[in-house]
Each structure stands twice: as C-alpha cells, then as structure tokens.
Ligand binder design. Structure first.
Ligand SMILES: NC(=O)c1ccc[n+]([C@@H]2O[C@H](COP(=O)([O-])OP(=O)(O)OC[C@H]3O[C@@H](n4cnc5c(N)ncnc54)[C@H](OP(=O)(O)O)[C@@H]3O)[C@@H](O)[C@H]2O)c1
Length: 257
C-alpha cells in the first residue's frame, strides 16, 4: 500500500495534499501541533489517516512519529510542508522569530528527511519532497529569516536529489508563490498571482507524480523571481529598493517614528 507522511498536513498546502492522497486510497500520516485542526478537517474520514501531535522542531518526537507511521507498510513519500513566516515584514529582523523559523522551516524539514531516510534507505526506494517558496530564490526585503530558511531548503533538496539517486530515493523541491492559506491571511501587502490552496495542492501532487526535481509556480511569478535571481546584484538591489516592491516599507516608517 502506498503511504505518505506530510508534516503540516492539518492546514493549507499540506492539508490539500493530505486530502488528495486520501482520495487516491493512500495511507496518510499528518503531523501538526494543534489537534483541533486535525479534527476539524478529518473527522469524517478517519480510516486511512493518522495524526501525530508533534512539533517538527522536536527531532526525537518527529522521528518516533514517522517511524511509528511507517510500520509495517514502509514509507513511499514524505512531504515536509510544516512552516511559518512573519505576517509583519521588518527591516530589522525579529531575531526570536527568525531562530524559530530556522528550527521549524529548515531544521524541521531536515529532521523529517532524516527519519524518512531510516526507512527509505533499507527499503531502496522512496520520495522526499520539501516545500520551499519563491522567497528562497532571492534575499527579499523584510523577510530575511524566511528567505534564508527557504533558500536553505532549495539547496538542501538540490544536493540530496543527486546524492540519494543511487539509493533509489527521489528528492524534489516545490517553490510556490502566494497561496491563499492561514499563513498568508495576515499579510498586509499586495500578493500578486495569489492562488487557491486547492489549485496549489493539485499542481504539487502532479509534480510529485512526475518526479520533478524543482517545481516553481505560478508560472509568470516564477519566471519573474528567477529573472531577479540572475540579475547582477547591484541591479537587483536597485529594483528591490523601489517603493512599489519593498514590502518592509511600512515597518521602516514605524521604526523611524
Ligand atoms: N501560503 C503561501 O503563500 C506559501 C508560499 C510559499 C511557500 N509556503 C510554504 O508552504 C508550507 C505550508 O504553508 P501553508 O501556507 O500551508 O501554511 P499553514 O496553512 O499555516 O499551515 C502550516 C501547517 O504547518 C503546521 N506547523 C506549523 N508549525 C509547525 C511546527 N512547529 N510543528 C509541526 N507542525 C507545524 C501547522 O499546524 P500547527 O499550527 O497545528 O502546528 C499547519 O498544519 C510552509 O512551509 C510555507 O512556508 C507557503
């Protein structure tokens, strides 16, 4: 039986993926800290879904959850979607929140991959997918910590996609633009090309099926961000310094008061 463990599978992108895999008859495991979110979304379809109330920043607890879920069926796919961002962009980093983001967005993903590999390496097969962001392609103003964690995810996945291939393990990375989920509902800036979580879930599902190494969407936003990534950095800094694009501007005003 095919099985997937999704960190952060109780809300937003992870939730959409969990629903899709359930509808395809997979055994699905999800983790999150808030049990209520799980009950709200999965009460009616309990048979094939397993919930683990785990913080992904807790390496041992996450490992225990993934190992428990994988018995005795093994593990076909792990999607590391659990993540956090800041609703308020700031020029001066909120360091406490930044450290927490490193723990959740980057280390949490590594802990999940580490545990999954304990099963997939002896199995000789499996698929690991990291949910990064378009914010990982450049250092974007106001979101230094978020950009850093998501950039780390892209590079971590890229390296593993080569290193783990001989072991039969496929690694992919997904970089969405703005998706309409609880994560973005408190954003106070424009969100170009905002996409529904359902549509994003379908795009990610198809990219996992096709074993894509890197999935970037929405298309035009992705092209724009990747063009920014290849610009000479002095031009990039000029472009990002313009008021229309620099999302940290409101906060700059607050700081200068
Ligand atoms: N929404 C976007 O526009 C967007 C764009 C690009 C990339 N992304 C990335 O996509 C991923 C999913 O985001 P989303 O928009 O779906 O967010 P979301 O709706 O807020 O869902 C986040 C999920 O992660 C879980 N989670 C958060 N912190 C956790 C922790 N410490 N331990 C365990 N679970 C945790 C949450 O459950 P609990 O709160 O119960 O723990 C929830 O299930 C994130 O990595 C995010 O950075 C999102």
């Amino acid at each position: 039986m095919n099985s997937v463990f999704i960190t952060g599978g109780t809300s937003g992108i992870g939730l959409e993926l969990a629903k899709i895999y359930l509808s395809k008859g997979w055994k699905v495991g999800v983790c999150g800290r808030d049990k209520e979110k799980f009950h709200q979304n999965f009460e009616a379809k309990r048979d094939n879904i397993h919930f683990y109330p785990v913080d992904v920043a807790d390496r041992e607890a996450l490992k225990a959850a993934i190992l428990n879920f994988s018995k005795p069926t093994g593990l076909s796919l792990l999607v590391a979607s659990a993540g956090m961002s800041y609703p308020h962009k700031s020029k001066i980093p909120d360091f406490e929140r930044t450290y927490r983001m490193v723990h959740v967005n980057l280390l949490g993903l590594m802990y999940a991959f580490e545990a999954a590999l304990e099963i997939m390496i002896p199995q000789g097969s499996g698929q690991l997918v990291g949910i990064s962001s378009l914010a990982g392609f450049n250092g974007f103003p106001g979101i230094s910590g978020y950009s850093a964690t998501k950039s780390g995810v892209i590079k971590f996945c890229e390296t593993l996609s080569m290193d783990l291939k001989p072991l039969g393990i496929h690694v992919g990375c997904v970089c969405p633009g703005f998706i309409d989920t609880p994560l973005t509902k408190n954003n106070h800036h424009p969100m170009p090309f905002l996409m529904s979580a359902h549509k994003a879930g379908m795009i990610i599902y198809r990219s996992i099926e096709r074993k894509k190494h890197l999935t970037v969407f929405p298309f035009f936003f992705g092209v724009l961000v990747r063009v920014l990534a290849i610009l000479p950095r002095f031009i990039y800094r000029r472009v990002m310094g313009t008021k229309a694009i620099n999302y940290s501007k409101e906060n700059q005003k607050e700081i200068s008061k």
